[in-house]
Design a protein. Structure first.
Lengths: 117, 114
């Protein structure tokens, strides 16, 4: 069983630029979520994809967008970068069953550290 | 809205001391509750979970009980080790979202010395 992987590990961008972060979900999982973790804070939910469609979104502006591919890999795109976008971006995958109640364990990747200057 | 409040850190203990990290929550409905741990330079790992009131989650000597009447899910361990040094996050499933979204607390840093 392979774990969740993310690339790149670190990234430095300039304000106003665009960035794409990548995630490879754990084998067999059908859902991927993205979280933003600012320094010294807990992760904040950005959005989630289930079967290639967005099915949940946190309080983040539209310049944060994503994709999920048929092989359950995923991308997070951020346009018009701002200094406050500097954070650790975490990807998490899980196996979601719409008819089953909550309690889903999410498997997190190691994250991508984004620095915006 | 839904939220999680954790005790402020850092928590500094000697090896073999008793650990309690307090966590309380605000939520509509009956969310599942989780504790995640983050070691330096790594992503989050699930430590334990509870899906309904009075459930006790346990793993690696850590325990937490889902207390609906006090809306709490405090993390405890009877004897901590240096290897337990990490950041601990309490989280709940966000029932206002479809799927598996989680709401996290701010985290509590635990430092254990020998």
């Amino acid at each position: 069983e392979t774990g969740v992987t993310q690339s790149p590990t670190h990234l430095i961008k300039t304000r106003g630029q665009q960035v794409t972060l990548r995630c490879s979900s754990q084998s067999g999982h059908n859902t991927v979520s993205w979280y933003q973790q600012a320094l010294g804070q807990g992760p904040q939910f950005i959005f989630q994809y289930y079967r290639e469609e967005e099915n949940g979104r946190g309080n983040f502006p539209p310049r944060f967008s994503g994709l999920q591919f048929p092989n359950y890999s995923s991308e997070l795109n951020v346009n018009a970068l701002e200094l406050d976008d500097s954070a650790l971006y975490l990807c998490a995958s899980s196996l979601y069953v719409t008819s089953a109640p909550g309690g889903y364990e999410q498997y997190f990747g190691p994250g991508t550290r984004l620095t915006v200057t | 809205g839904n939220s999680v409040t954790q005790m402020e850190g850092p928590v500094t203990l000697s090896e073999e001391a008793f650990l309690t990290i307090n966590c309380t929550y605000t939520a509509t409905g009956y969310p599942s509750l989780f504790w995640y741990v983050q070691y330096p330079g790594e992503g989050l790992q699930l430590l334990l979970k509870a899906t309904k009131a009075d459930d006790k989650g346990s793993n690696k000597g850590f325990e937490a009980t889902y207390r609906k009447e006090t809306t709490s899910f405090h993390l405890e361990k009877g004897s901590v080790q240096v290897s337990d040094s990490a950041v601990y996050f309490c989280a709940l499933s966000d029932l206002d979202q479809a799927g598996t979204a989680l709401i996290f607390g701010k985290g509590t840093t635990l430092s254990v010395s020998s």
